[in-house]
Design a protein around this ligand. Structure first.
Ligand SMILES: O=C(O)c1ccccc1NCC(=O)[C@H](O)[C@H](O)COP(=O)(O)O
Length: 224
């Protein structure tokens, strides 16, 4: 897939309105809300709903779920006004299809936790079931938010057929290197922008977004 002119930016693990509004002001495209009680960034339905209703109109609200009951995902989508669902567990393609066909007309991002074991066979069955992927780091004991990057050279062997977000340990120190090596549709940052789990650092949010936008401008200029 060719390099997009605009690199989408998603910041995940929102728990506070001030953090969400800071990211929106800085130009974020999407904010992630984690509905998984084992996460230190888990957000309650009422807190997420309250933050989402105060977002500007074109900032996407992504609900992150890990092997949750489908009915519960649909209920949360409707209750909070989520625009996207990110499935971060072992949800099979049929589950993704059923969700897409359900009354919750949100777009579906399938998280793929990448490790040396990953192959294109992990991806192919999802081709017609999801709108895109989020490539995160595989870690045995944690589903996400590990703060660890994976070996980006493994991406080629996945033969991705849909736009993907690069995730996993992205921060101010490595985002430019990442964008030079990988050509994602979007990037996702989380623990690298925090003071503590769920509490984002506003200076880091601004710097991260400015860095991505700067890279984007340089790349466009170099193509002209
Ligand atoms: O962040 C979490 O605590 C989390 C827990 C369980 C499932 C998913 C989770 N996060 C989902 C994300 O999209 C994160 O942004 C992604 O895992 C990257 O996190 P990080 O390595 O901290 O940048």
């Amino acid at each position: 897939m060719s390099a997009p002119d605009r690199i989408r930016i998603k910041i995940c693990g929102m728990t506070r309105l001030a953090d969400a509004l800071c990211a929106a002001t800085a130009g974020v495209d999407a904010l992630g809300f984690i509905f998984y009680e084992k996460s230190p960034r888990a957000v309650s339905l009422s807190a997420a709903k309250d933050i989402i209703r105060q977002l500007p109109p074109l900032v996407a609200a992504v609900g992150v779920f890990v092997d949750e009951k489908l009915e519960q995902v649909v209920r949360t989508v409707r209750a909070c006004g989520l625009t996207h669902v990110q499935l971060h567990g072992a949800e099979p393609p049929d589950y993704c299809r059923q969700l897409a066909d359900s009354a919750a007309s949100c777009r579906i991002i399938k998280a793929v936790r990448v490790g040396t074991h990953s192959t294109s066979a992990d991806i192919t069955p999802y081709r017609t079931a999801v709108h895109g992927y989020l490539l995160d780091t595989y870690e045995h004991s944690r589903a996400g938010g590990t703060g660890q990057r994976f070996d980006w050279s493994l991406i080629d062997q996945l033969q991705l057929d849909r736009p993907f977000f690069l995730a996993g340990g992205l921060d101010l120190k490595n985002i430019r290197v990442a964008l030079k090596q990988v050509t994602p549709y979007g990037v996702d940052a989380n623990s690298g922008l925090e003071d503590a789990p769920g509490l984002k650092n506003h200076h880091r949010i601004h710097s991260f977004i400015t860095t991505v936008r700067g890279f984007e401008c340089e790349r466009l200029a170099s193509q002209q």
